[in-house]
Write a protein that binds this ligand. Structure first.
Ligand code: SF4
Ligand code: ZN
Ligand code: ZN
Length: 335
């Protein structure tokens, strides 16, 4: 059997996106050329731009850093690349994955900046989970991360941030929004560039890249990445949707791209939409852009502060009760 692409070499794998046998050289070429095509047809970068790669140490951002670095040199994009990592303060997860990013920094010779929740907000995720438990932790983490990436890239005077969101992530988001009836988010979920009129534009060069191919590429290129799940990850709803898509993909590999293409053709009726139009101004506390007087991060910080104060009052009361109990016990013994 010959490689379906070059019709010459012996195939080494079955390409997940097409189901066709392919040799490794052709796979690497197809993988990189498709990303280059996505970048060019969507005008994702302009020469001279400073571009931050949101780097978590996971497979997506590691492959993104590697491929962008290669394509930038090969096709002379003329962009300046940086690695930007967010340290959420999750012991045993983020501290380990940041070590991987530091290795990427050396391997790919790219400058690295790390911004931490502790420095930006005064809280680590470990402290937040200790206070609020595992129910809404990802809401806090998501809002804080978005702002942390914006602030970090602003400090680096970047023009945009690229993230490793892949086709599977985007198809999941489309289905999740569809199932929730969230048509305002549905309209935006397939945008390859978001936040153009905001603080910092975000770009997704992996919009049409399959997760399985990212894993294969990392494996055969021997890239070093961190593959452990966050210890606070309870995102059950996304998990169900992910399983559903994986089942459909097993029957029909093109399903992931088909979902994205279908969503690109959705026409969201703005006139009948009840979704609030986002009017951007500045948060009165931190000056981050916000459609309300106080941005989401500041209002979450306020909630954390109140909860902490309430818990410490409860704790003091409990201590008082214990002391009272001890006094009574002492009296009893005296009697
Ligand atoms: Fe943060 Fe939740 Fe992701 Fe963990 S799973 S990094 S807590 S958003
Ligand atoms: Zn080939
Ligand atoms: Zn704020």
């Amino acid at each position: 059997m010959k490689c379906f692409t070059c019709k010459d070499k012996k195939p080494s794998i079955k390409r997940p996106k097409t189901g066709k046998p392919i040799c490794l050289d052709c796979f690497f070429d197809c993988f990189e050329n498709e990303i280059d095509y996505t970048i060019r047809t969507n005008n994702l970068f302009k020469p001279g731009e400073k571009v931050c790669i949101g780097a978590s140490g996971g497979k997506d951002s590691t492959v993104l850093a590697y491929v962008l670095n290669e394509l930038n040199k090969k096709y002379n994009y003329g962009i300046e690349l940086f690695l930007l990592s967010v340290d959420e303060g999750i012991t045993g997860y983020r501290d380990d994955s940041l070590e991987t990013v530091k290795k990427n920094q050396v391997d790919y010779a790219l400058p690295l900046k790390i911004v931490s929740y502790k420095d930006l907000y005064g809280w680590t995720m470990d402290e937040i989970v200790k206070l609020i438990g595992l129910t809404n932790n990802c809401t806090f983490c998501g809002v804080f991360r978005r702002q942390a990436l914006d602030r970090g890239s602003h400090l680096l005077q970047a023009d945009k941030v690229v993230t490793g969101h892949n086709a599977d992530d985007i198809a999941e988001t489309v289905l999740m929004n569809l199932l929730r009836g969230d048509y305002h988010r549905l309209a935006k979920s397939v945008d390859i560039i978001t936040g153009k009129d905001g603080y910092m534009p975000r770009v997704k060069p992996f919009k049409y890249t399959y997760e399985k191919e990212i894993v294969m590429y990392a494996y055969y290129k021997k890239l070093v990445y961190f593959s452990t799940e966050c210890i606070y990850s309870p995102n059950a709803y996304r998990g169900y949707v992910r399983e559903l898509i994986k089942d459909i993909e097993a029957q029909r590999p093109s399903a992931i791209i088909d979902i994205i293409h279908s969503a690109e053709k959705f026409l969201i009726d703005d006139v009948t939409s009840t979704a609030k139009k986002q009017i951007k101004s500045q948060c009165v506390r931190c000056k981050y852009m916000s459609s309300n007087k106080i941005c989401k991060a500041c209002s979450l910080l306020e909630r954390l502060g109140k909860l902490k104060a309430k818990k410490s009052i409860q704790y003091e009361n409990e201590e008082e009760k214990i002391k009272e109990g001890e006094k009574k016990n002492v009296i009893k013994i005296e009697i």
